[in-house]
Ligand binder design. Structure first.
Ligand code: SAT
Ligand code: MN
Length: 595
């Protein structure tokens, strides 16, 4: 062991896991640059990482074709009673799940090194931060954790002898027999994959996958599933939200937290370059927000992560120039295509198709090839400090005061571009009924409509009925200092299947309207579903949009909305007795307004 472990609980845990998993060696990570470099060198030597000639200190990884996204079907919230996990989570009783997993963990690190990764979610030592220790047998996980979280020996110092931490156990589930040659991306078959959470004891056990949120346990597992359960107990919020600061031409700052499902453009919005003159957007986070009521009575948010694990396909200088500049150097790419001159490529990166590539599976690719060159859930991992529009307050331990919440999803029909909730209660209803078409961020069918309340369906670590009630309770505590709530949909299409709204930098037009509403500068039109922009209030200057397109984009079709009611009812019915009465009231009010 390179570093001495003084913490009693950690010492015992390492010894226990060593006995079960039987690694060849143990390495305690210190988070240093030298550690990153030597780990990456090992990954190059073993053939897992390809250094990119065209991007300084950047590397390409190709995963096993079976291990390309989060596995929601194999993700568990294991509480004593199933009712605590609720209808949105897979559940197996803790003793049974631990039994199954202990069998899998037995000897699972043979032939490999067990890495002990001390990390902080949130600035080290900040009152809002949480300490985790990930034990993993994947060096790919170590280098990604270096960028996504604060890995440091300082975390161990902070723990002292008896400080507490969240244990996060991870194995790719691919032991090596003596002399057995390793593969490029070792992992276990799908039926052996388990992403398990024990929120009653703040514990995470992950087995069989090396990809993204399945393996980088600080992210969805700790910062959302475990943290949401802690937040419920302790009276704060852990949300699947980007955080941004918008500054108006007059210099007024607005802080926005917005929840959209995975792969629905959170990173694009968080780093947007507004098309409206004089407006400025700065990024604080692109995926997760932890929000607490500060002594000033307002909700303050921090980004617990320190990097971006963004979807590569579709990212370009046209759609997200700041992300493109963020990934110029010091980046880990996963499942992108490789160009002949040693750079990465993905669908939507540029208009021109290269004549030849190596695709994400390692095969030759030409424009005639039928399959995509990059996987639809190909990712980049980059440190947040590399983003040109990172906000100077992104690591402020006190967080930023949130003025505005935005919910949304991917809906090709029915839902207008933007509307405002009538009240906090109505806003919670909008969050609770949010729906989106599924994306490649989860293994499974793409494009199916599903209710994804608060974009938290895959990430809420307890009964979601109680989660809704928690939101009502927070609203009561915040009173008049509660952020205003809005709902947006960038993805509405015309009858002939074309996107009606240009999106990206032009989303600043929607944000401007939202800010003007918050300031009480403009009125709004009452509709059955919420408050809509009055004609002429949405700043469309310089846009060449047909007036019919705008009408279609903003239209609220009462019949289409009535047709949503049975689905909302069925969705609510799944929560049974845990559904807050206030949500039933909101549904009845919507029904009345629709007439
Ligand atoms: O794989 S992750 O869970 O980290 C990414 C996502 O689904 O948002
Ligand atoms: Mn996400």
């Amino acid at each position: 062991m390179s570093i001495e472990v003084k913490n009693m609980k950690l010492h015992a845990w390492i010894a226990e896991i060593k006995t079960i998993c039987q690694p060849d060696a143990i390495y305690i990570c210190d988070g240093s640059r030298q550690e990153y470099d030597s780990m990456m060198q090992k990954l190059i030597d073993s053939g897992s990482a390809t250094p990119l000639k065209k991007r300084k200190n950047s590397f390409l990884f190709r995963s096993d074709p079976s291990d390309v996204a989060r596995v929601e079907d194999r993700t568990y919230i294991s509480t004593t009673s199933q009712d605590e996990a609720g209808p949105t989570n897979n559940w197996v009783a803790p003793a049974e799940l631990k039994g199954i997993m202990k069998d899998l963990y037995k000897g699972c690190m043979k032939g490999r090194t067990m890495y002990v990764i001390p990390f902080s979610m949130g600035p080290i030592g900040s009152p809002m931060a949480k300490i985790g220790i990930e034990i993993s047998d994947s060096p790919y996980v170590v280098v990604n954790m270096h960028l996504m979280t604060r890995v440091s020996s300082k975390v161990l110092e902070l723990l002292g002898t008896d400080g507490d931490f969240i244990p996060c156990l991870h194995s790719i589930g691919a032991p090596l027999e003596p002399g057995q040659k390793d593969v490029q991306w070792p992992c276990a078959p799908i039926e052996q994959k388990y992403i398990s959470h024990f929120p009653e004891e703040n514990l995470i056990w992950s087995y069989g996958s090396g990809y993204g949120g399945n393996a980088l346990l600080g992210k969805k597992c700790l910062a959302l599933r475990i943290a949401s359960a802690m937040a419920k107990r302790e009276g704060w919020l852990a949300e699947h939200m980007l955080i941004l600061r918008l500054t108006s031409p007059e210099g007024k700052q607005y802080h926005i937290a917005a929840a959209f499902p995975s792969a629905c453009g959170k990173t694009n919005l968080a780093m947007m370059l507004p098309s409206l003159k004089g407006w400025k957007c700065e990024c604080i986070g692109d995926d997760i927000a932890w929000l607490k009521i500060a002594p000033d009575g307002r909700l303050h948010a921090i980004n617990p992560e320190s990097g971006f694990f963004g979807v590569a396909p579709g990212t370009s200088y046209a759609t997200n120039p700041m992300a493109m500049d963020t990934v110029r150097e010091n980046v880990i790419f996963t499942n992108c295509a490789l160009t002949d001159d040693g750079d990465v490529w993905w669908e939507g990166m540029e208009a021109e198709l290269p004549s030849h590539l190596i695709d994400w599976k390692g095969h030759d690719w030409t424009p005639e090839s039928k399959a995509d060159a990059a996987h639809a859930n190909a990712r980049f991992t980059a440190h947040a400090s590399q983003c040109p529009v990172i906000c100077k307050d992104w690591e402020n331990p006190a967080g930023v005061p949130i003025d505005i919440f935005i919910f949304g999803g991917r809906r090709t029909s029915v839902v207008p571009l933007v509307y405002e909730a009538f009240s906090w209660e109505h806003g919670v209803f909008l969050g609770a009924t949010a729906a989106s078409e599924t994306t490649a961020a989860n293994i499974g069918a793409v494009g199916n409509l599903r209710r994804d309340p608060f974009a938290m369906k895959p990430f809420c670590g307890y009964n979601m009925g109680d989660y809704f009630q928690h939101w009502f309770n927070m609203g009561e505590k915040l009173g008049s200092k509660a952020p205003k709530i809005f709902y947006v949909n960038w993805f509405r299409k015309s009858q002939d299947g074309k996107f009606l709204w240009p999106g990206f930098s032009d989303n600043s037009r929607v944000l401007k309207w939202i800010c003007e509403r918050v300031d009480g500068k403009i009125g709004a039109e009452n509709s059955a579903i919420g408050l809509l922009p009055n004609e002429g209030d949405l700043d469309l200057s310089g846009l060449t949009l047909q007036s019919e397109s705008i009408k279609e984009l903003m239209s609220v079709n009462v019949d289409e909305w009535k047709a949503e009611l049975p689905d909302i009812e069925a969705h609510f019915a799944t929560f049974d007795k845990r559904l807050p009465a206030k949500l039933k009231d909101q549904l009845e009010e919507l029904r009345k307004r629709l007439g």
